[in-house]
Design a protein around this ligand. Structure first.
Ligand SMILES: Nc1nc2c(ncn2[C@@H]2O[C@H](COP(=O)(O)OP(=O)(O)OP(=O)(O)O)[C@@H](O)[C@H]2O)c(=O)[nH]1
Ligand SMILES: [Mg+2]
Length: 201
């Protein structure tokens, strides 16, 4: 797989706009501002393929990124952002439910949680849904550059306990600032999809 060949395929709000064909997809879910778009940019080695922002609520559509015409990475809108109006939150929720519950090409949903905080009720719900649909959970714990090693250990335990980790689940410590965790992500993804690992940059 060649990471020089990347593009945004489509920003969708409804299923008619989803890409056609049967390429596998992996989606990235999590609270607003947790770092989904930053994660995506870092793992593919592009500064601004996905749009990021310090202000929560940046990603408002379902964005499909074409990864070397082999698969799609799917950047989802964040949940749990109180400053978005109730009707807008409802619309996003429905849009995501539709995608997550109906999309046949979807091979796994990675759940991003902030390594500094205890997972929220919505994170727990999402984790349960992922286990139900895919059999196991892959958590990306973001922003680890903001923690000491000791805090990290403690917080990873809290995350694992809160999400009722089993031995089938994975946790990838990650930083979009330092790039830590990028290798582990690709290792896991390529094993899962049985594809060759790309040359990372
Ligand atoms: N220090 C640090 N900051 C990060 C990291 N990842 C993301 N950020 C910052 O967190 C903020 C939110 O990042 P985004 O990637 O836009 O978050 P998102 O989850 O896509 O947010 P929504 O699109 O609103 O759901 C930005 O200011 C990023 O620069 C990280 O690993 N370390
Ligand atoms: Mg985003």
């Amino acid at each position: 797989m060649n990471l020089n060949n990347l593009s945004i395929e489509v920003s969708a709000v409804s299923p008619k706009q989803y890409p056609t064909g049967d390429r596998p997809e992996v989606a990235f879910a999590g609270r607003s501002n947790v770092g989904k778009s930053s994660f995506l940019n870092k793992v593919v080695g592009r500064k601004s393929l996905a749009r990021t922002s310090g202000k929560p609520g940046k990603t408002a559509q379902i964005n499909f990124f074409n990864i070397d015409s082999q698969l799609f990475f799917v950047d989802l809108p964040g949940y749990g952002y109180a400053a978005v109006s109730k009707s807008e939150q409802k619309r996003w929720g429905e849009m995501m439910d539709t995608y997550l519950n109906t999309r046949k090409q979807l091979r796994q949903t990675f759940l991003l949680v902030d390594s500094r905080h205890k997972p929220s009720r919505e994170d727990i719900q999402m984790a349960e849904w992922i286990r139900y649909r895919f059999g196991y959970l892959i958590i990306v714990a973001t922003k680890i550059d903001k923690l000491s090693r000791k805090q990290m250990e403690e917080n990873f335990q809290l995350i694992a306990d809160t999400l009722s980790f089993t031995e089938d689940d994975f946790l990838i410590p990650f930083s979009a600032t330092t790039g830590e965790g990028k290798e582990d992500f690709w290792e896991l993804l390529c094993d899962m999809l049985e594809i060759d690992k790309p040359i990372l940059r």
